[in-house]
Design a binder for this molecule. Structure first.
Ligand code: AHG
Ligand code: MN
Ligand code: MN
Length: 315
């Protein structure tokens, strides 16, 4: 009998509390995958005609994915509020505002791939509130370092539908089995290889990178001999890095002076998964998980991967 996501309940101290929330993520993933597959027939590809708080053009599918994710978090009954890349402010779930947990989410990651039918993803993390349950959840509840994250993971909408997550006891990957319409454990105890793999970066920004990163990349390439792969969707680039080894990076540059990737929605969840898989997750001179967040939509430089390769890059 294959293991389903029920086995999350047996993992670590937080597994049983996290299982219903992660099952909610799984339901959102199934719905979002269906919307993605049918988008061209519903006229749901292309811009929504709006900007998100980051000043980025929202795609219709960014908006739809955000709505689906929020509704599935509401339906768990365990989530008091959701912080989303697509929402300016923290969304409080009024009927469960006494609940213990908050979710942070990038509902659709890599949305520039949508027009070319490339892979996209969803990234999430779960934290326990700091405010009393009798109070209305507050944005300060979301501003917790990665060391306080209870669970995190991502969904990859690729040729198969995968949910990869950790509740603080290793990283486990579940694949949606269409024959029985459920996620089944397909990748138990994922560990990043120490050698081999690829480096993964938008190298077209190299001349604009901060911190001498262009020279550091040249030196790392010479030292490790790594080849290069870049999808442009963090979930897909992270997933390959986790399975094959290597390093994924998005440094600060002259346009994105503090980096492009979002601390709460992208860097911390992926950093949590990477460390749980035995790899390294760094920002500028500090482990991503040690950064104390200051704002919901804060951005940071990101370097994720095998210890040897991240060290070869950052020295
Ligand atoms: P999002 O689609 O959620 O805005 O995220 C896009 C991010 C990330 O997925 C990817 O690693 C990076 O942006 C790609 O950026 P470039 O196009 O600048 O390479
Ligand atoms: Mn993203
Ligand atoms: Mn996004």
């Amino acid at each position: 009998m294959p293991s389903t996501m029920n086995n999350i309940a047996k993992q670590g101290d937080h597994g049983s509390a996290m299982m219903p929330v992660i099952q909610g993520v799984g339901r959102a993933a199934i719905e979002i995958a269906a919307v993605l597959r049918g988008a061209v027939f519903r006229g749901a590809l292309g811009g929504a005609g709006s900007e998100n708080i980051q000043g980025e053009q929202q795609q219709m599918l960014d908006v739809l994915s955000d709505e689906i994710f929020l509704e599935e978090m509401r339906s768990t009954g365990f989530i008091c509020a959701v912080g989303s890349e697509e929402q300016e402010e923290l969304l409080v779930i009024d009927e469960y505002s006494h609940a213990d947990y908050l979710v942070l989410v990038d509902p659709l990651d890599g949305s520039s791939n949508l027009d070319v039918d490339g892979p996209v993803g969803t990234i999430f993390s779960i934290v326990k509130r700091k405010t009393a349950n009798s109070e209305r959840p507050h944005v300060s509840d979301t501003l917790q370092s990665g060391r306080e994250v209870i669970a995190a993971g991502y969904v990859l909408y690729g040729p198969s539908l995968m949910l990869v997550c950790s509740v603080g006891e290793g990283v486990h990957g579940y694949t949606f089995n269409p024959a029985v319409a459920r996620f089944e454990l397909s990748h138990p105890d994922m560990r990043i290889p120490e050698t081999g793999g690829y480096y993964s970066v938008n190298e077209s920004n190299k001349s604009d990178w901060a911190d001498g990163m262009g020279d550091k990349l040249i030196a790392m390439k010479a030292e490790t001999g790594l080849g290069m792969r870049y999808v442009g969707a963090m979930v897909a680039d992270m997933h390959r890095t986790l399975l094959k080894g290597g390093v994924f990076l998005y440094p600060a540059d002259s346009k994105n002076t503090t980096g492009k990737l979002r601390l709460l929605y992208e860097a911390i969840p992926m950093g949590f998964v990477m460390e749980q898989a035995g790899g390294k997750a760094m920002s500028s001179g500090i482990a991503i998980l040690d950064i104390e967040p200051e704002a919901l939509h804060q951005r940071v430089p990101v370097y994720l991967g095998s210890n040897t390769n991240v060290d070869a890059l950052l020295g």
